[in-house]
Design a protein around this ligand. Structure first.
Ligand code: AKG
Ligand code: FE2
Length: 336
């Protein structure tokens, strides 16, 4: 892996994530990932082997799903029991002061019966291989992180064994997102009470171990890097996948890897607002019954002042009992 310092926004970049990389490569990725996540809260993966065409195919399938009549979509609405399914705009809210405009399709099971195969015939054949690729990539990163933590490489893998293959034993999710064009009402002055204020995605940190995020070139994603209180926009590096530290990994590492606060704003200008935006997120979570090992964290630079305060129920002491409850709590807080 190489940190590409000359790159736009100076986002830390990780290189060389082949499907079956050599041990020495995984070890090197681990070191660089750890450095990036501990100093910034995020990293960018390049050369990860997931072709842009695979992403474009699922973006098009999601567009086709979003264009279906509501009665048709209703058959696939998110099931709170397993978090799988379609979520209408305004249903998942991180910022209750605005209407968050996005369509989501959460995929937590790869069974054909859970996909809109009748209505969007190619949905399954595109989404399933992409979910498998992102699972493989996550597994490699879990091994890389284990090396960085000074643990045997399978240690983190063993507590994430059920990702997308265990029907309820692991909450990992591949999420397809489509942000529709933003209506012009938002252009009124902020103080006007009768004006609806829209955003694309309110500020939050993700809940699990880490998130992999692939986005199109529309922009709007902003992050608060570790130790900074300023929102910074994430530039578009074609083909790159962003790695974002989640709340659980932050708590597990006693904030040595702080959770990344992020949001998606409506881009400025009539032209940009009138365009839709697509992305795919893979939320990597441990198994619900996993006993998370204590991390023998080596000496690392003193952590920057946290931009994110770990939830009290995720403190080291309570971590083992409450990792699974954490995600349910966050769902209750954010789903209407
Ligand atoms: O659309 C994005 O870039 C981010 C989406 C996101 O943060 C989420 O779904 O948790
Ligand atoms: Fe997020």
């Amino acid at each position: 892996m190489v940190l590409m310092s000359g790159q736009r926004n100076k986002n830390p970049t990780v290189e060389g994530t082949d499907v079956c990389p050599m041990k020495s490569v995984v070890r090197r990725i681990g070191q660089q990932l750890f450095t990036a996540l501990s100093s910034k809260g995020m990293a960018m993966l390049v050369n990860h082997g997931i072709a842009e065409e695979k992403l474009k195919a699922v973006y098009a399938d999601l567009d086709n799903f979003c264009a279906l009549p509501e009665t048709c979509q209703a058959q696939y609405l998110r099931n709170p029991a397993n978090n799988h399914g379609y979520v209408r705009p305004g249903t998942e809210q991180f910022d209750t002061s605005m209407t968050e405009l996005r369509h989501l399709f959460n995929i937590t099971t790869l069974s054909a019966s859970s996909m809109p195969a009748q209505e969007v015939p190619e949905f399954t054949q595109h989404a399933v291989p992409l979910a498998q690729d992102l699972t493989i990539l996550s597994r490699m990163l879990l091994q890389a992180l284990a090396y960085a933590f000074g643990l045997p490489p399978s240690t983190l893998l063993d507590c994430h064994s059920g990702m997308l293959n265990s029907e309820g034993r692991n909450p990992s999710t591949m999420r397809l997102l489509y942000y529709p064009p933003v209506p012009p009402e938002d252009e009124g002055p902020c103080c006007q009470d009768d004006v609806v204020h829209y955003t694309r995605c309110g500020a939050h940190a993700d809940y699990g171990t880490f998130t992999l995020l692939a986005q199109d070139s529309e922009g709007g994603l902003e992050v608060k890097l570790s130790g900074s209180d300023k929102w910074q926009s994430v530039g578009h590096l074609p083909g790159a996948i962003l790695v974002q530290t989640g709340e659980l990994l932050a708590a597990w590492t006693t904030n040595k890897l702080p959770a990344l606060m992020h949001r998606v704003v409506v881009p400025a200008g009539t032209y940009a607002r009138a365009r839709g935006r697509h992305c795919v997120a893979f939320f990597c979570h441990p198994d619900t019954d996993a006993v998370l090992p204590t991390l023998p964290l080596r000496a690392v630079p003193a952590p920057a002042p946290p931009t994110f305060t770990p939830h009290t129920h995720l403190t080291l002491h309570h971590r083992l009992l409450n990792a699974a409850h954490h995600i349910q709590k966050r769902f209750r807080e954010t789903y209407a």
